[in-house]
Design a binder for this molecule. Sequence first.
Ligand SMILES: [Zn+2]
Length: 50
Amino acid sequence: MAQKKAALACSVCGSRNYTITLGQNRRVERLEIKKFCKYCNKQTLHRETK
Ligand SMILES: [Zn+2]
């Protein structure tokens, strides 16, 4: 069974800075995580994208 993967993209500049593996027991529809974006040089909201 293949693992589902998703990228986390910066909501400010759109850069895909992180890759996550989606578990079977997902608790939320769409992940939104505050993470550091090296392009924005600050913490920004990152959203799951395909
Ligand atoms: Zn950014």
